[in-house]
Design a protein around this ligand. Sequence first.
Ligand code: GDP
Ligand code: GDP
Length: 440
Amino acid sequence: MNPVIALVGRPNVGKSTLFNRLTKTRDALVADFPGLTRDRKYGTGKVGGKPYTVIDTGGISGDEEGIDLMMAGQSLAAIDEADIVLFMVDARAGLNMADEAIANHLRVNQKKTWLVVNKTDGMDEEIGKSDFWTLGLGDPRAIAAEHGRNVTTLLEEVLSPYPEVEEDEDEDLHPELDDRGVRIGIIGRPNVGKSTLVNRLLGEERVVVYDQAGTTTDAVEIPFERRGKPYLLVDTAGIRRRKNVREVVEKFSIIKTLEAIKKCNVAVMVLDARQGLVEQDLHLLDFVLTSGRALVLVVNKWDGLESEAKEKMRSEIKRRLGFADYADLHFISALHGTAVGDLYPSIDRAFESAVARWSTKRLTTLLQDATQAHQPPMVNGRRIKLRMAHQGGANPPLIVVHGNQTNKLPEAYKRYLTNTFRKVLKVKGTPMRFEFRSGD
Ligand code: GDP
Ligand code: GDP
């Protein structure tokens, strides 16, 4: 797992400026975790062959009340998840009471903290740093996040204990199928029934779990076979192990969830029928959507509930998760094993859709049929023309459509095309992306 860097500091010291600089250089899986007053952001980046995850914590001042206090709680949670803390202060504003309050917290924290003095552009670095020695957090480092001054040097130093990572073992954002089978990631809030489901999936009669010399309980990937077909269960959060040594409180880790999403081919997102949809479900789902992963939605704890409740839940999901309507939805009871076996066909289909390949001929014919059934509109007296379609990528599928004036294509027409392609190509359980290119 990549080292996790948390950016901590009072508001306005330059955390998001630094976050943007640290994440902009590559195709980062960036997740937004909306807070009440400000988002907590997750992103990835790489310096000198070393990948890292970075969290912008939103900001704490040390004397919060009300909403601010909750936000501060989020920052503290981020510090807990981090391997490295960059504590940022502002050279222009000088030392501040809030800085001291945060420093007090970080001093008792065991984590590796670096004191980073930002906004030292246009000033002598030593003068910029001079205020902050009294914080007792070691040598201050002077940077200017906005201009990039000393940022790379700082990161190299901060990451020096961590190994370089070969290109191909790095951040495999889109793992393709290998002969070890489809990778299934079970994600969801604490207590929705993930570990019950995992044990149910692995404990099923027709499932053969391969014990890797007694390491299965700690393994991140658990291989198993069902009806002769291989699968891998991705268990970055240790949900399998938890069943055996029942942990009292599970600390919910966004980092581990992101890791599971990244490592799996299909994310199985578990919701709790007894609690309905809550804010955190939506955030988790947002991670899945951002990642482009194939998805199966599961409403668990269905036992003992009336069938009207099912309709209610279904319509609530439809209303609030409309953006994830490509995913199959299952109502199960992990505890009793009801409908759990039905997940496999959905998982298989979602994965097959995600990595499917279609010929240019097939896609172009489909495009022509669709435009014949419904012509694109006229713009400035000229009809928008869509001539050719080809596949630009897989997992998730990307369809590139070529034509004229495609930048004028109305959203409604794009939706019509998307739906038609989905239906005809029988794409289920994966997002599908379209790109329109214009010859004029
Ligand atoms: P955050 O609230 O800690 O995330 O702070 P922001 O990243 O939003 O930055 C607050 C303000 O400081 C913005 O106006 C930035 O443009 C400015 N700022 C950030 N980094 C630098 C820097 O290196 N030098 C200067 N002069 N201004 C900066
Ligand atoms: P996790 O934190 O998401 O791994 O959740 P657990 O698997 O530990 O389950 C949390 C609680 O919900 C436990 O008390 C389970 O027994 C209970 N639970 C799990 N699945 C079901 C189910 O299908 N029906 C009911 N009624 N309870 C369930």
